[in-house]
Design a protein around this ligand. Sequence first.
Ligand SMILES: [Zn+2]
Length: 81
Amino acid sequence: MRGQVVNPAEGQEPRCLHLGRSGERCEQAAFEDGFCERHGPDAAWQFGVAARRKLMAVLLGIAVLWPLLADLWRAFQHWRR
Ligand SMILES: [Zn+2]
C-alpha cells in the first residue's frame, strides 16, 4: 500500500488548494504540488519579484531625493542653533 498513488475519480482533475479571500476554493486544475499555475510556487516567486521591484523603486526615490533631504537637514540644524 505504501507509495501507492491515489488517483482522483475519473473525469475529475485534482483542484488547486488555494483558498480565496472569502474561503472559496480555486477552480483551476492543480499540478503535482497541489496548486494551479496562478497559485503555485512560481506565482509566489512572481510576487517576490514585484515586491523587490517596489523596494528598488523606493530606494531609487530616496537616492534621488537624498541631496534635497540633506539640504533640509542642514537647514534644520542651522535653524536650531
Ligand atoms: Zn489556484
